[in-house]
Design a protein around this ligand. Structure first.
Ligand SMILES: NC(=O)c1ccc[n+]([C@@H]2O[C@H](COP(=O)([O-])OP(=O)(O)OC[C@H]3O[C@@H](n4cnc5c(N)ncnc54)[C@H](OP(=O)(O)O)[C@@H]3O)[C@@H](O)[C@H]2O)c1
Length: 211
Protein backbone atom coordinates (compact mmCIF):
# COMPACT_ATOMS: atom_id res chain seq x y z
CA UNK A 1 0.00 0.00 0.00
CA UNK A 2 1.25 3.51 -0.77
CA UNK A 3 1.31 5.37 2.56
CA UNK A 4 2.01 9.06 3.23
CA UNK A 5 3.24 9.99 6.71
CA UNK A 6 2.28 13.59 7.52
CA UNK A 7 4.27 14.26 10.67
CA UNK A 8 7.42 12.19 11.04
CA UNK A 9 7.87 12.41 14.79
CA UNK A 10 7.39 9.81 17.51
CA UNK A 11 4.21 8.38 16.00
CA UNK A 12 4.82 8.89 12.29
CA UNK A 13 8.45 7.78 12.23
CA UNK A 14 7.76 4.59 14.21
CA UNK A 15 4.61 3.55 12.38
CA UNK A 16 6.12 4.43 9.00
CA UNK A 17 9.21 2.38 9.71
CA UNK A 18 7.16 -0.66 10.75
CA UNK A 19 4.82 -0.40 7.76
CA UNK A 20 7.85 -0.19 5.47
CA UNK A 21 9.19 -3.34 7.15
CA UNK A 22 5.88 -5.00 6.20
CA UNK A 23 6.53 -4.13 2.56
CA UNK A 24 4.43 -0.97 2.23
CA UNK A 25 5.59 1.93 0.09
CA UNK A 26 6.06 4.64 2.73
CA UNK A 27 6.80 8.33 2.17
CA UNK A 28 7.85 10.41 5.18
CA UNK A 29 6.83 14.08 5.23
CA UNK A 30 6.44 17.08 7.53
CA UNK A 31 9.45 17.63 9.75
CA UNK A 32 11.50 20.74 10.42
CA UNK A 33 14.53 18.77 9.30
CA UNK A 34 14.94 17.51 5.73
CA UNK A 35 18.00 15.58 6.94
CA UNK A 36 15.74 13.70 9.37
CA UNK A 37 13.26 12.83 6.61
CA UNK A 38 16.15 11.64 4.42
CA UNK A 39 17.48 9.48 7.25
CA UNK A 40 14.06 7.97 7.98
CA UNK A 41 13.50 7.23 4.31
CA UNK A 42 16.92 5.67 3.92
CA UNK A 43 16.66 3.56 7.11
CA UNK A 44 13.15 2.36 6.29
CA UNK A 45 13.73 1.81 2.60
CA UNK A 46 11.06 4.39 1.82
CA UNK A 47 10.94 7.88 0.38
CA UNK A 48 10.60 11.43 1.65
CA UNK A 49 8.75 14.32 0.08
CA UNK A 50 6.85 17.50 0.76
CA UNK A 51 3.36 17.06 2.19
CA UNK A 52 1.72 18.01 -1.09
CA UNK A 53 3.86 15.49 -3.01
CA UNK A 54 3.44 12.71 -0.43
CA UNK A 55 -0.36 12.72 -0.55
CA UNK A 56 -0.53 12.29 -4.34
CA UNK A 57 -1.73 8.75 -5.03
CA UNK A 58 -1.48 7.72 -1.37
CA UNK A 59 -3.86 4.87 -0.51
CA UNK A 60 -3.52 5.73 3.17
CA UNK A 61 -2.40 8.94 4.82
CA UNK A 62 -1.31 9.03 8.47
CA UNK A 63 -1.93 12.41 10.10
CA UNK A 64 0.46 12.53 13.05
CA UNK A 65 1.21 16.08 14.14
CA UNK A 66 0.67 18.16 17.23
CA UNK A 67 -2.80 19.73 17.23
CA UNK A 68 -1.24 23.19 16.88
CA UNK A 69 0.16 22.17 13.45
CA UNK A 70 -3.14 20.91 11.98
CA UNK A 71 -4.01 24.01 9.94
CA UNK A 72 -0.52 24.17 8.45
CA UNK A 73 -0.48 20.48 7.46
CA UNK A 74 -3.99 20.55 6.04
CA UNK A 75 -3.14 23.65 4.00
CA UNK A 76 -0.23 21.75 2.44
CA UNK A 77 -2.19 18.49 2.02
CA UNK A 78 -5.12 20.04 0.14
CA UNK A 79 -8.57 18.46 0.23
CA UNK A 80 -7.41 14.78 0.20
CA UNK A 81 -10.66 14.06 -1.60
CA UNK A 82 -11.59 10.36 -1.52
CA UNK A 83 -8.39 9.45 0.32
CA UNK A 84 -8.27 7.38 3.50
CA UNK A 85 -6.77 9.43 6.35
CA UNK A 86 -5.75 7.72 9.59
CA UNK A 87 -5.84 10.33 12.36
CA UNK A 88 -3.87 9.65 15.54
CA UNK A 89 -3.90 13.24 16.79
CA UNK A 90 -5.19 14.22 20.21
CA UNK A 91 -6.47 17.83 20.35
CA UNK A 92 -4.09 19.10 23.02
CA UNK A 93 -2.85 22.52 24.07
CA UNK A 94 0.80 23.53 23.56
CA UNK A 95 1.87 22.00 26.87
CA UNK A 96 -0.01 18.72 26.23
CA UNK A 97 -1.85 19.07 29.52
CA UNK A 98 -5.43 19.86 28.43
CA UNK A 99 -7.80 18.85 25.65
CA UNK A 100 -8.78 21.96 23.72
CA UNK A 101 -11.94 20.36 22.32
CA UNK A 102 -14.35 17.95 23.82
CA UNK A 103 -17.54 16.42 25.09
CA UNK A 104 -19.86 17.99 22.50
CA UNK A 105 -17.35 17.64 19.64
CA UNK A 106 -13.85 16.20 19.17
CA UNK A 107 -10.63 16.59 17.26
CA UNK A 108 -11.66 13.82 14.89
CA UNK A 109 -14.99 15.49 14.09
CA UNK A 110 -13.30 18.87 13.66
CA UNK A 111 -10.87 17.35 11.13
CA UNK A 112 -13.76 15.80 9.21
CA UNK A 113 -15.44 19.21 9.18
CA UNK A 114 -12.26 20.86 7.86
CA UNK A 115 -11.73 18.24 5.13
CA UNK A 116 -15.15 16.69 4.46
CA UNK A 117 -14.08 14.98 1.22
CA UNK A 118 -11.44 12.86 2.95
CA UNK A 119 -12.29 9.42 4.36
CA UNK A 120 -11.43 9.82 8.05
CA UNK A 121 -10.68 7.04 10.48
CA UNK A 122 -9.23 7.47 13.96
CA UNK A 123 -6.74 5.00 15.43
CA UNK A 124 -3.40 4.77 17.26
CA UNK A 125 -4.31 7.82 19.41
CA UNK A 126 -4.99 5.57 22.41
CA UNK A 127 -1.54 3.96 22.36
CA UNK A 128 1.83 5.37 23.37
CA UNK A 129 4.33 5.22 20.52
CA UNK A 130 6.68 3.29 22.80
CA UNK A 131 4.37 0.26 22.47
CA UNK A 132 4.64 -0.10 18.70
CA UNK A 133 8.03 -1.83 18.47
CA UNK A 134 7.31 -4.36 21.26
CA UNK A 135 3.84 -5.09 19.83
CA UNK A 136 5.39 -5.64 16.39
CA UNK A 137 8.01 -7.96 17.90
CA UNK A 138 5.26 -10.09 19.52
CA UNK A 139 3.03 -10.18 16.45
CA UNK A 140 2.80 -13.97 16.47
CA UNK A 141 1.50 -14.17 20.05
CA UNK A 142 -2.22 -14.44 20.76
CA UNK A 143 -4.22 -12.74 22.06
CA UNK A 144 -3.04 -9.57 20.44
CA UNK A 145 -3.51 -6.25 22.22
CA UNK A 146 -6.51 -4.23 21.07
CA UNK A 147 -6.35 -0.89 19.31
CA UNK A 148 -9.43 1.31 19.16
CA UNK A 149 -10.60 2.28 15.67
CA UNK A 150 -13.63 4.42 14.91
CA UNK A 151 -15.06 6.39 12.01
CA UNK A 152 -18.05 6.74 9.70
CA UNK A 153 -16.49 5.17 6.57
CA UNK A 154 -16.45 1.35 6.64
CA UNK A 155 -14.01 1.09 3.73
CA UNK A 156 -11.59 3.46 5.47
CA UNK A 157 -11.90 1.37 8.62
CA UNK A 158 -11.01 -1.74 6.62
CA UNK A 159 -7.86 -0.08 5.29
CA UNK A 160 -6.98 1.06 8.82
CA UNK A 161 -7.70 -2.45 10.14
CA UNK A 162 -5.13 -3.93 7.75
CA UNK A 163 -2.51 -1.39 8.80
CA UNK A 164 -3.33 -1.87 12.49
CA UNK A 165 -2.96 -5.66 12.12
CA UNK A 166 0.35 -5.15 10.32
CA UNK A 167 1.74 -3.48 13.45
CA UNK A 168 0.53 -6.42 15.57
CA UNK A 169 -2.71 -5.17 17.15
CA UNK A 170 -6.23 -6.52 16.86
CA UNK A 171 -8.39 -3.60 15.62
CA UNK A 172 -11.20 -2.95 18.11
CA UNK A 173 -14.30 -1.62 16.32
CA UNK A 174 -15.51 1.32 18.42
CA UNK A 175 -18.27 2.71 16.23
CA UNK A 176 -18.68 6.09 14.51
CA UNK A 177 -16.42 9.14 14.43
CA UNK A 178 -18.50 10.58 17.24
CA UNK A 179 -16.85 8.02 19.57
CA UNK A 180 -13.91 10.43 19.48
CA UNK A 181 -15.70 12.60 22.06
CA UNK A 182 -15.03 9.84 24.57
CA UNK A 183 -11.95 8.16 23.09
CA UNK A 184 -9.85 11.33 22.99
CA UNK A 185 -10.20 11.82 26.77
CA UNK A 186 -9.44 8.08 27.12
CA UNK A 187 -6.20 8.72 25.22
CA UNK A 188 -5.23 10.91 28.17
CA UNK A 189 -5.84 7.94 30.48
CA UNK A 190 -3.51 5.79 28.38
CA UNK A 191 -0.90 8.58 28.48
CA UNK A 192 -1.19 8.76 32.29
CA UNK A 193 -0.83 4.96 32.54
CA UNK A 194 2.19 4.99 30.20
CA UNK A 195 4.05 8.03 31.44
CA UNK A 196 2.68 8.81 34.90
CA UNK A 197 2.41 5.39 36.45
CA UNK A 198 5.11 2.79 37.17
CA UNK A 199 5.90 -0.20 34.96
CA UNK A 200 7.24 1.38 31.78
CA UNK A 201 5.80 3.17 28.79
CA UNK A 202 4.98 0.26 26.44
CA UNK A 203 1.34 0.21 27.50
CA UNK A 204 -1.17 -2.01 25.70
CA UNK A 205 -4.77 -2.90 26.53
CA UNK A 206 -7.46 -5.46 25.77
CA UNK A 207 -11.20 -5.25 26.40
CA UNK A 208 -12.98 -8.56 26.86
CA UNK A 209 -16.66 -9.42 27.15
CA UNK A 210 -17.36 -12.27 29.55
CA UNK A 211 -19.75 -14.98 28.40
N1 LIG B 1 3.73 10.26 21.02
C1 LIG B 1 2.76 9.46 21.42
O1 LIG B 1 3.02 8.44 22.09
C2 LIG B 1 1.33 9.75 21.05
C3 LIG B 1 0.33 8.85 21.47
C4 LIG B 1 -0.99 9.07 21.10
C5 LIG B 1 -1.31 10.16 20.31
N2 LIG B 1 -0.33 11.04 19.92
C6 LIG B 1 -0.71 12.18 19.06
O2 LIG B 1 -0.09 11.99 17.82
C7 LIG B 1 0.25 13.25 17.24
C8 LIG B 1 1.73 13.25 16.89
O3 LIG B 1 2.46 13.07 18.11
P1 LIG B 1 4.03 12.83 18.12
O4 LIG B 1 4.36 12.48 19.52
O5 LIG B 1 4.42 11.93 17.01
O6 LIG B 1 4.55 14.31 17.81
P2 LIG B 1 6.01 14.77 17.46
O7 LIG B 1 7.00 13.72 17.88
O8 LIG B 1 6.17 16.14 17.97
O9 LIG B 1 6.00 14.77 15.86
C9 LIG B 1 5.34 15.75 15.13
C10 LIG B 1 5.99 15.92 13.78
O10 LIG B 1 5.57 17.19 13.29
C11 LIG B 1 6.71 17.93 12.90
N3 LIG B 1 6.58 19.38 13.08
C12 LIG B 1 6.32 20.07 14.20
N4 LIG B 1 6.31 21.39 13.94
C13 LIG B 1 6.59 21.51 12.63
C14 LIG B 1 6.72 22.63 11.78
N5 LIG B 1 6.58 23.87 12.22
N6 LIG B 1 7.01 22.41 10.48
C15 LIG B 1 7.17 21.14 10.02
N7 LIG B 1 7.07 20.03 10.80
C16 LIG B 1 6.77 20.24 12.09
C17 LIG B 1 7.81 17.44 13.82
O11 LIG B 1 9.02 17.84 13.24
P3 LIG B 1 10.46 17.40 13.77
O12 LIG B 1 10.72 16.08 13.09
O13 LIG B 1 11.35 18.49 13.29
O14 LIG B 1 10.37 17.28 15.25
C18 LIG B 1 7.52 15.96 13.85
O15 LIG B 1 8.07 15.30 12.72
C19 LIG B 1 -0.13 14.32 18.27
O16 LIG B 1 -1.36 14.90 17.92
C20 LIG B 1 -0.24 13.53 19.58
O17 LIG B 1 -1.18 14.11 20.46
C21 LIG B 1 0.97 10.86 20.28
Amino acid sequence: MKIAILGSGLMGAKLGRLWAACGHDVTFAYSRSTAKLERLASEAGGAHASVSEAVVGAEAILLSVHWSRIDDVLDQAGDMSGQVVLNCCVPLNESNTELVLGTTTSGAEELARLRPEARWVACFNTSPSEAFDPVFARKDREPRPHLMVYGDDDGAKQVAGTLIADIGYAPLECGPLRTARFAEPFAMVTAELAYGQPGGTALTYRFDKLR
